[in-house]
Design a protein around this ligand. Structure first.
Ligand SMILES: [Zn+2]
Length: 167
């Protein structure tokens, strides 16, 4: 197995303390991070990695891949960084993601309702224009221009509403 596909931990030789990095996620550009067994989830951020690095600044810190003796030794006999707080930290991260998702859904709903309100407004304006057709030639051109403008806006709104349905 290639090193890039391995599970990693970071070990401070001075303090005998380690933190789990697990796999490096190339696409998102960070490690999976510590794993909460209770929640069966990874931290999915560099929060603990950052804290670990700051805590062990100026110490000799080495990345250790799994399937090695060093990895087994560290996992079996050394202290895990902030072990008692990992469930809480991973739980908080999951909750934050859920909150963000809920916020985005609320925003999407709000946007959808705004578009519906705009659609109603423009439709009424168009009806109003259609019911008052001008007699003069010059005014007719302006009238047509306005109608076409509003029709164009309605088409854009419908397009956005369709896109919203697809999301
Ligand atoms: Zn240290």
């Amino acid at each position: 197995m290639q090193l890039a596909d391995r599970d990693w931990l970071l070990f401070c030789e001075q303090c005998g303390e380690w933190t789990g990095l697990h796999r490096f996620l190339d696409k998102s550009g960070h490690f999976q991070g510590e794993r909460s067994l209770t929640l069966n989830a990874y931290l999915n951020s560099d929060l603990l990695l950052g804290k670990f690095l700051i805590h062990h600044a100026q110490h000799s810190v080495v990345p250790v891949p799994d399937l090695t003796d060093a990895y087994m030794q560290v996992r079996l006999y050394k202290e895990r960084f902030l072990e008692g707080a990992i469930d809480q930290i991973v739980g908080d991260r999951i909750q934050r993601d859920l909150d963000r998702e809920a916020d985005q859904q609320a925003l999407r709903r709000e946007g959808y309702h705004t578009l519906l309100a705009l659609r109603k407004l423009y439709s009424e304006k168009l009806k109003e224009l259609e019911s008052h057709y001008p007699d003069e030639q010059g005014q007719a051109k302006v009238h047509l221009g306005k109608s076409l403008g509003i029709e164009w806006c309605l088409a854009q709104i419908d397009r956005l509403l369709e896109l919203g349905k697809a999301v």
